[in-house]
Design a protein around this ligand. Sequence first.
Ligand code: ZN
Length: 444
Amino acid sequence: MNIALLGPTGSGKGSLIHSVVDRFGLHPIALGDVLRQKATYGTALGLLTREFVQNGELVPDEYVDAMVEECFRHLPAGNGTILDGFPRTAGQARFLDDLLADLGQKLDAAIYLNLPEHVILERVARREPQRHDDEPHILRHRLHVFRRMVGPVLKHYYDTGRLVLLHADAPAHEVQLSLTQVLDGVAAGKHPAFSEHDFNFLEQILKPRFEPPTTPDPALNLVLLGGPGSGKGTQAEAVCKTFHLPHVSTGDLFRDNIKRQTELGRLAKGYMDRGELVPDDVTERMVAARLAQPDAAHGFVLDGFPRTVSQAEALDEILHAINKKVTGVVHLEVGDEEIVRRLSGRRICRQCQAPFHMIFKKPRREGVCNHCGGPLYQRDDDKAETILVRLKNYHRQTTPLIAYYRTAGVLTEVKGEGELTAIRAAMLAAVKLFSEEPASATVV
Ligand SMILES: [Zn+2]
């Protein structure tokens, strides 16, 4: 039996899981622990993740997925698992289904701990010791983001008949008892029925939060999508220079907020220092603050955000709040074979970090740096097998994102292979079209 226990911060997932694992012989998998362990064990993936964290970059979901996969593949044989903190998105829920199917198993139930926001706020206020992110205004935003993200996850499990809503606004021992009863039922192949209250809750959490604005927005509010090695960064620079737009990348946002020691920067650094993922709500608030700056009034190029449909919805919400919307999305398309060719050829000088490439920028002497004579090496994330894992997970995550923007009528695809000048020209032409047509006319 495999179970995902879902619930907001303060819902008591950890202690509940602890209370049932022995009785049902379940192996607990807490996402936080998986990430911490990986970093300590020094596996390639763990090292990569640590590199992201140390460079102040968002750890892409595809890495998180890959770590969960590694964890499942190395589990000792047993009765099953109970997951805490995963899946966080509908994409991850589908990923988990595929993974378990591949292992000849399935996720039997997703149990959602349902409790009202005021109860969570009260509980967290009593938490000892207080964590640095327990302040009410941070927490309220976190819960808001959580609800938006969990909605599609709940829908996925509802549609596939595996969702259980557990009333968690009760003393701990009562919630434990209900969970035990639910698990007994699931083990016997029976899921509890939904009450009218449950249906009301589902309707609330699944309904669209706002209507998109109908007035056209003449600004060039652009999102640039492209996989690892697609050359997205270079193209973003060209677009920004030509159209006089600020380049907004999440990596820069993190570094800038941390350097200026903003509240969000300090918050993000706290997570990074503990080797934890920076939660989406922190990233979203950084993006929101940046896009509200005067230099973004006539547009911007977003690079590295959104990465998931849930983040795309967040972006819609952020822009809606300042009376804007996404006016164009360019997907820079590069075939997997070409990406492997590009990335696996990269070499870096161990001494001065100068980059080289075995095809595009060969060193004068093989394996030796032109500048300082230092030895060249291949980073773990440039090895072919790592690239393939990244690509597989990238596609899994990006395919729904691309569909999301295609449905919204704002997507253009540009081929990112061939002559650099030709790619650049195609890119600029695509953006020029966005600037000429009113947004409403691009809807197919
Ligand atoms: Zn060197």
